[in-house]
Write a protein that binds this ligand. Structure first.
Ligand code: DP6
Length: 353
């Protein structure tokens, strides 16, 4: 009863920022993202055994406290899997983030997607994409998009039980092979306001949020058309404007939430200048100051040059669109249920200590 899965982060171009149900993690709007390549992956092993007295969660080789509110969703996911599979065994989870050091990237989407896949398989379940997406969503909303590769939509759904709130893939990773996401890291510190707390506050207090809700349904359709037609100019403009719209409602929240810093704004201006009338670089920012600049292969050099002139950019990572989760045999737990000591070394990958 062991399984290991690797899943990767996704970067949204139409953002999820607001819930209609906090417990079931149901969003107020549909969102769209690209799943990233292996540079932003998490590997997770799950083992169920009647020898285990309690659930355990190990992250990057360290035992975590599962009663902590930041880790409690792991148990929610394990319980859902146990219920579906009709088993009672406790589980050990061992997970490692293989993100470049100081990437300053949220790893929750990759982590919960990998956990949903590994836990369900370890419990003997054969879940389809929709079921895996619903399970991943219960860990963290954006994780429901990482159970698929390529270009993905999280359909908000309308049902109160969340059974119609899951991700669907509109195009695989081969649809737009020239597309790149250049990540410009300007700050790798943990954010002060979590996405969870921030979006709750926005829904509760922002008058502009209502306008955002009215504007998003058409944007989702326009964005899908632009991506399916590989119309980069249209795609980039919609992406940048959507990023600004989300950050506008964050600022409109009371007390205000600001995730962008001066370097983020320099990057925005650098891209606008580089773009002129015909965009080649479409930036988007999540709940943090680091930029994700969508561009195409032929313009990677120009984007990197623009970034090299901005003093606050500490690191640049060039990602492609990824294929989604995959199961591997390199477990992080041995057959006796002992955590295998391991670490991630940039350039080498996961190394057993
Ligand atoms: C800004 O998925 O981390 O990245 O569901 O509360 O765990 P919870 O939030 P989370 O929020 C992601 C917010 C975002 C936008 C996006 O990825 O769509």
């Amino acid at each position: 009863m062991i399984s290991t899965c690797e899943a990767t982060a996704n970067i949204a171009v139409v953002k999820y920022w607001g819930k209609r149900d906090e417990k079931l993690i149901l969003p107020t709007n549909s969102s769209l993202s690209f799943t990233m390549d292996d540079q932003l992956k998490t590997r997770t092993t799950v083992m169920f055994s009647d020898k285990f007295k309690e659930d355990e969660f190990w992250l990057n080789g360290q035992k975590m406290d599962l009663s902590d509110k930041d880790t409690a969703e792991r148990v929610v996911q394990l319980d859902l899997v146990r219920e579906k599979a009709g088993i009672k065994e406790k589980a050990k989870i061992s997970s490692i983030n293989c993100f470049p050091t100081a990437a300053g990237m949220a790893s929750s989407a990759a982590g919960f997607a990998a956990l949903a896949c590994a836990a369900s398989k370890a419990a003997g379940l054969e879940l389809n994409g929709k079921e895996l997406s619903i399970l991943a969503r219960r860990g963290s909303g954006s994780a429901c998009r990482s159970v698929m590769g390529g270009f993905v939509e999280w359909q908000a759904g309308t049902k109160s039980d969340g059974s119609d709130s899951y991700a669907v893939q509109h195009a695989s990773e081969t649809h737009w092979p020239e597309l790149r996401n250049i990540i410009a890291v300007v700050d790798a510190k943990k954010k002060k306001v979590s996405s969870r707390a921030g979006m709750k506050q926005t829904v509760a207090t922002s008058p502009l949020y209502k306008a955002r809700m009215e504007y998003l349904p058409k944007l989702v359709e326009d964005m899908k058309k632009a991506v399916m037609a590989k119309d980069f100019v249209r795609f980039a403009e919609l992406t940048m404007r959507e990023s600004s719209d989300m950050h506008a409602v964050m600022l409109d929240t009371w007390p205000p939430i600001t995730y962008l810093n001066d370097w983020s704004k320099e990057i925005m201006h650098g891209a606008i200048e580089l773009n002129g009338a015909t965009p080649i670089a479409g930036y988007t920012f999540d709940a943090g100051p680091n930029a994700h600049i969508y561009t195409t292969k032929q313009n990677v050099g120009a984007v990197k040059k623009m970034l090299s002139e901005i003093e606050g950019v500490n690191k640049v990572i060039e990602c492609k669109v990824g294929a989604g989760p995959r199961y591997v045999d390199d477990h992080l737990i041995d057959e006796d249920g002992v955590i295998i000591p391991h670490e991630f070394i940039e350039g080498k990958g996961i190394v057993v200590k």
